[in-house]
Design a protein around this ligand. Structure first.
Ligand SMILES: O=C(O)CCC(=O)C(=O)O
Length: 276
């Protein structure tokens, strides 16, 4: 079932919705087996060959995932940005507070980017917890702005450490989050997959500097969706390398590098909103 009105409201306000046990055991087993295979042959998997993996790439077009993504995006359609997958073994290191909203430079939150986090084997507090900072998607900051806090709990932190297998967390990519390591103590693995989608209406940074158009074309050939014809559309993106080179080394107010606006294009208010 897609999102209820209460879940939509939660996503808007807090920036996340959790669906415990959303994937059935057959799907969980198929994707986990595929991850077990590729961690030996392609340990540095970065998502660029995702179309080579049947079960994993099918997760991108899972009908319920697409339905919930559509509920979050509202009337606007959306495109696939990337898929990462990993098997986290006991003893895994943490990841400090950060967010994953793709924007160069970070200036606003006009459109939605969504991360769909899959915990195939669930979470049980022994192999690494997910920490979320609800409402942080409404503040604009660098991706690493809170990294100096490491993975310590900060006021408002939601700890996600008790999920059944097949659970899925839908989180606005601008929500600040961290992975808190746990000492292990069992042989439980942490199968983790993140899939990102971007809302149409603006262009987004490409996933990586090379090969991203080929990845999207491969996925479109394999998983074209008649109901979402632009799901793998390269036109939703600009080349990240080009954008980085435009802002790198630029000092002071980058607005002054943009062309001046005239007449009707000029906003009436000279104020920059702090929270949108
Ligand atoms: O491992 C997790 O639960 C979260 C990982 C993470 O921080 C990320 O994918 O950006």
């Amino acid at each position: 079932m897609g999102l209820s009105e209460a879940e939509k409201e939660q996503f808007r306000k807090l920036g996340y919705v959790i669906r415990p046990g959303m994937l059935d055991s057959g799907r969980v087993a198929a994707v986990s087996a595929e991850i077990d295979r590729y961690v030996t042959v392609e340990p540095l998997f970065d998502g660029s060959h995702i179309s080579h993996y049947d079960a994993l790439s099918a997760l991108v077009v899972d009908p319920l995932t697409l339905e919930i993504t559509q509920d979050i995006m509202g009337d606007d359609s959306f495109s696939f940005h990337h898929c990462h997958a990993a098997r986290h073994d006991p003893g895994l290191r943490g990841v400090p507070w950060h967010h994953d909203y793709e924007q160069i430079p970070q200036t606003n939150r006009s459109h939605v980017q969504l991360h769909v986090l899959h915990y195939l084997d669930g979470l049980n507090g022994t192999v690494g917890d997910l920490l979320l900072l609800p409402r942080s998607h409404r503040s604009v900051m660098r991706r690493d702005a809170l990294a100096f806090l490491g993975d310590q709990e900060i006021p408002g932190t939601v700890v996600v450490n008790d999920l059944p297998p097949g659970s899925v967390v839908f989180v606005h990519s601008a929500v600040v989050h961290a992975r808190r390591p746990q000492p292990g103590g069992g042989d439980r693995k942490r199968y983790f997959i993140d899939i990102a989608f971007v809302q149409h209406g603006v262009q987004w940074p490409s996933y990586g500097r090379e090969g991203w158009r080929d990845t999207l074309a491969d996925m479109d050939r394999k998983h074209h969706q008649a109901a979402h014809p632009r799901l793998f559309d390269a036109n939703a993106f600009f080349d990240i390398a080009d954008a980085v080179s435009r802002v790198q080394g630029a000092a002071g107010s980058i607005a002054m590098h943009l062309p001046e606006r005239s007449g009707a294009e000029r906003p009436v208010s000279g104020q920059i909103p702090i929270v949108q």
